[in-house]
Design a protein around this ligand. Structure first.
Ligand code: PLP
Length: 398
């Protein structure tokens, strides 16, 4: 008899996870994976931050029962996240116009936001940058939206095609949802200047668009407050705003699935109704978030000495990535003098669109160096021991 699932097609492989599978299968001990979206320290390890270790030690001492959290998450966590995202003491918090729900990483926050928007703005279309994090399109499509691209990257300059971006924004119908990377654009590493953000905010406001800021890398660009400042600028411009944020990278807590969705309403009353609807979305998805990671992050953010330690450790990650950018540019200038890689210095965050072609990426793989077909490399996977191998290999395939 025919099996119920007999006719199911194989789903396409996740392109990034596919790289990791190929990397894992490679027996060359000198292999290097630049395809990942994870920060490694100079020893090539994913760090377990000191601030996290200290918070976890305290939690173990407390030995608390694992009751359910409220649907919207741990109150202390949601409060700490709001202060981080909007700025402690900001008017939007004092006026109780912002609501925050704990979410399963940045992905969970985007999914809650997408499902919520589909209920209350069902006819909107969604616009994501060209290119964007590959899961953006799938997440919003799976929530039932039509997803389009807006112009973003300029391969010629390795930066943002800003006129093209503004043009795209101005052509969108009122009520369109525009997904913007708050900082450290994934995959390109090309960010907007503060001045350009001002023009984007103006276009969003003029066009009656719904901005959704995805902030997965706060603290990896110019600094925690600096990277988050764009959120406050959107709030000041008025209108609705959604912000997803993630601690996967900034706390090195990838597998703990810790992030949040914040939504700004026009009044405290509207915010209360909005929260009740967000809770409904959470309730019908996974009911309530997990306890451990929320407690760790809440404790670190709200305990002054742990907070200071976190800020120092995050600064350490940010500075190391910048050093690797600098080293990559300098070493490539020596080994591949015909090509200018100075743009890598201007890019921000964990990634660089290196300009390497698919064919060149294929040749790198023959040297056991793994990158994404688009030429995206994770600068945070470079270290003082592997960078020369990478530079030599790049020089060879150019
Ligand atoms: N948004 C962007 C732009 C990302 O790069 C990522 C992770 O790679 C996420 C969201 C998802 O974050 P998380 O791993 O916390 O779900």
């Amino acid at each position: 008899s025919a099996s119920l699932f007999g006719a199911i097609d194989m789903a396409p492989r996740d392109p990034i996870l596919g790289i990791t599978e190929a990397f894992n299968a490679d027996t060359n001990p000198a292999k290097i994976n630049l395809g990942v979206g994870v920060y490694y320290d100079d020893g090539g390890k994913v760090p377990l931050l000191q601030c996290v270790q200290k918070a976890e030690a305290k939690l173990i001492e407390q030995l608390s029962p694992r009751t359910y959290l409220p649907i919207e998450g741990l109150a202390a966590y949601d409060k700490a996240v709001q202060e981080l995202v909007f700025g402690a003491g900001s008017a939007v918090i004092q006026e109780k116009r912002a609501v925050t729900v704990q979410a399963l990483g940045g992905t969970g926050a985007l999914k809650i936001g997408a499902d919520f928007l589909k209920r209350f703005s069902p006819n909107s279309e969604v616009f994501i940058s060209d290119p964007s994090w590959e899961n953006h399109r799938a997440l919003f499509e799976s929530a039932g939206f039509i997803v389009n691209n807006y112009t973003y990257y300029d391969a010629q300059t390795h930066g943002v095609n800003f006129e093209g971006m503004l043009d795209s924004l101005r052509k969108m119908d009122a009520g369109s949802i525009v997904l913007l990377h708050a900082c450290c654009h994934n995959p390109t590493g090309a960010d907007l200047t503060q001045e350009q953000w001002g023009q984007v905010i103006e276009a969003v406001k003029q066009g009656g668009l719904i901005p959704f800021l995805d902030m997965a890398y706060q603290g990896f660009g110019a600094g925690i407050a600096e990277d988050g400042a764009v959120v406050g600028r959107f709030v000041d411009a008025g209108g609705p705003l959604l912000v997803s944020n993630s601690f996967s990278k900034s706390f090195s807590l990838y597998g703990e699935r810790v992030g949040a969705l914040s939504v700004v309403a026009s009044s405290a009353d509207e915010a209360a109704r909005l929260l009740s609807q967000l809770k409904r979305v959470v309730r019908t998805n996974y009911s309530s978030p997990p306890t451990h990671s929320g407690k760790v992050v809440a404790m670190v953010l709200s305990t002054p000495e742990l907070r200071q330690l976190w800020e120092d450790e995050l600064a350490g990650m940010r500075v190391r990535i910048k050093q690797m950018r600098e080293a990559l540019v300098e070493k490539l200038a020596q080994k591949a003098p015909g090509r200018d890689f100075a743009f890598v210095r201007e890019q921000v965050g964990m990634f660089s669109y290196s300009g390497l072609t698919k064919e060149q990426v294929g040749k790198l793989r023959e040297e056991s160096i793994y990158a994404v077909d688009t030429g995206r490399i994770c600068v945070a996977a470079l270290n003082s021991k592997n960078i020369d191998l990478v530079v030599d290999a790049i020089a060879k395939v150019l």
